[in-house]
Design a protein around this ligand. Structure first.
Ligand SMILES: *Cc1c(COP(=O)(O)O)cnc(C)c1O
Length: 434
């Protein structure tokens, strides 16, 4: 399988190049040269298949010419020891696709663990070493740290803004040790991101290290996210209704992965782009005009994105055709008061606890079902409510339990390096710890 750039489809690179370099030089986004059409037999056969089983079959269709089947099978079953179950709420119309059963309790585990598995495979072949740099505002760093922990040939340095991530998130970044290093930057998330971006363009650092990124525009984080849409379809197909997915969105990687599954032939009736007040995509669907804005802060903060980096890919998957896109994609947005109210309502009515991002997805699905009642609605639960413990507890007035594996992290000592938002200092640090 080769990959092309959305900016120049005649440029083709190897799987290894797309995996390790993340971004083409022309600033486009990598896409697989062909998206395999999986066909009705496949979608009829997957009801009992686990996330890993489905992941293996789709990965085989994509990469059988690059990685031997038995190796691919091992890599994927190792990457996905957890499942992505669909839970039905008692209202008889809402299904929740729980994507938070991985180690960092957010859907980003799926992409990070698959990417780590693939990188580990290529580095083992070549005896190379790669140094991954990530800036995080919370969730990405945890998934990357836990996904890449102990993978031979990989060193990870995570930069996060001091005092701006939740306690649980910080524990995920700073207590693992081994090949994971955390830097606490005296500054904002944007400062962290600027340091990482400058590092990628620094001549000396690039001579010294093979630098790589693990952010969500890497196509290898996106591909595995298509698996759980397929897995969810397998769990609700017996209901015999048209299937609708509502995806709480920020950078639109998750929704693009749904579009990828659709291109593979997954029979989806409608996708719903659900956002907070960072509503550029719902607005685009209304008006046909795409106008990115500076982000605004909300309680669903992993979706506070004003210029979604996967928008290009989403539109590209629908053949750059607005009418095609509009037929399969609806958009809705909600403010914090509506989000809190939805969290409270779902808890009161169904005793189900949603994180604020999931509640935005739930609201989007409700809006769509008002005019389209006879569908099977699935909303994606992107994080475990315990990740946003204080906020959730303040809304539902009931304690939220932290799962045992994470409770254990809470007791471990924190290790981080403190640093100013200063590139010279960051560069020295990298060169000295090489
Ligand atoms: C990252 C994240 C999102 C947004 O996903 P995108 O792929 O960027 O649209 C939503 N919810 C949670 C909990 C997240 O961590």
């Amino acid at each position: 399988m080769r990959f092309y750039s959305t900016n120049n489809p005649s440029v083709r690179v190897s799987m290894e190049e797309a995996l390790l370099r993340s971004l083409p030089a022309d600033r486009g986004l990598y896409m697989p040269e062909t998206i395999p059409f999986m066909g009705a037999d496949f979608f009829n056969s997957i009801a009992g298949g686990s996330l890993a089983d489905i992941g293996f079959q789709i990965s085989s269709a994509l990469f059988k010419d690059s990685i031997p089947a038995h190796k691919l099978d091992d890599l994927i079953h190792h990457a996905f020891p957890f499942d992505t179950p669909v839970v039905a709420l008692e209202d008889g119309k809402t299904h929740v696709l729980e994507l938070f059963h991985g180690p960092s309790l957010a859907f980003k585990d799926v992409g990070a663990r698959y990417m780590a598995a693939m990188m580990g495979y290529y580095l083992e072949q070549s005896n190379r070493e790669v140094h991954i740099l990530v800036a995080t505002s919370g969730d990405t760093g945890g998934a990357v740290a836990m996904g890449f922990l102990g993978v031979p040939g990989i060193k990870v340095t995570i930069l996060y803004p001091t005092g701006r991530v939740s306690e649980l998130q910080e524990k995920q970044l700073t207590t693992l040790g081994q090949n994971i290093t955390a830097i606490e930057v005296d500054g904002s998330f944007d400062d962290c991101q600027a340091l990482v971006k400058t590092a990628f363009t620094d001549f000396e650092l690039n001579q010294q290290f093979s630098l790589a990124s693990a952010n969500s525009i890497n196509i290898f984080r996106l591909i595995p996210q298509s698996f759980y849409y397929v897995r969810a379809y397998g769990q609700v197909k017996h209901l015999g209704k048209p299937v609708v997915f509502s995806t709480p969105s920020g950078n639109f990687g998750n929704l693009s992965a749904g579009a990828l599954a659709y291109k593979m032939g997954l029979p989806v009736h409608q996708f719903i782009a659900s956002t907070n007040l960072n509503y550029v995509v719902p607005q685009y669907l209304q008006t046909g005009i795409y106008s990115p804005k500076p982000s605004v802060e909300t309680i669903s903060n992993a979706m506070d994105v004003g210029s979604p980096s996967n928008f290009v890919r989403l539109v590209h998957l629908f053949d750059d055709n607005f009418d095609t896109l509009k037929q399969v994609l609806s958009g809705y947005f909600f403010d914090d008061a509506q989000t809190r109210q939805a969290m409270a309502e779902v808890y009161q009515q169904f005793h189900y606890v949603m994180c604020p991002h999931t509640a935005v997805g739930y609201l989007g699905l409700q809006s769509y079902q008002q005019t389209n009642p006879d569908v099977c609605g699935i909303t994606l639960a992107t994080a475990h409510p315990a990740k946003f413990k204080e906020l959730v507890e303040s809304v539902i007035h009931t304690p939220v339990e932290i799962p045992a594996a994470l409770e254990e992290l809470m007791n471990r000592p924190k290790h981080s390096f403190k640093m100013k938002a200063d590139f010279a200092e960051f560069k020295d640090f990298l060169l000295q710890t090489a």
